[in-house]
Write a protein that binds this ligand. Structure first.
Ligand SMILES: [Cu+2]
Length: 116
């Protein structure tokens, strides 16, 4: 009985910790699923909780472009210069970062670049 109670307490504490330490993407520009005529000069990723963003890539077919991610303390908003040309088509942005608990987190935003 007590073991079960302690287990439940441990699970709820751990669960709360994970929810706070992990950070979901809460918004982006370009937005998920958007259709745009040209890539903005700066891509913005906004997270629900502070994290250290490590890697951001844009992939279109065989082309993979690694963007320069601003280094610094953990943050919730990242402005990433995207001075790159990609052909029209479906573009996948993959990000990887480290939450405040040290766990690696990843995510994807896809959007479509049309002919101008
Ligand atoms: Cu974690």
């Amino acid at each position: 009985m007590w073991i079960r109670v302690l287990t439940l307490v441990a699970v709820s504490i751990f669960g709360a910790h994970v929810a706070q330490a992990h950070s979901k993407l809460s918004g982006s520009n370009p937005a998920m699923g958007s259709v745009i005529a040209e890539l903005p000069p700066v891509i913005t990723l906004t997270f629900a909780n502070p994290m250290r963003l490590a890697v951001v890539t844009l992939t279109e077919n065989e082309t993979v472009v690694r963007l320069d991610v601003p280094r610094g303390p953990a943050a919730t908003v990242f402005d990433i210069p995207a001075d790159t040309a990609l052909a029209p088509g479906l573009i996948t942005l993959d990000w990887r970062g480290i939450g405040s608990d040290g766990h690696v987190q990843t995510g994807t935003v896809s959007f479509t670049l049309t002919e101008q």
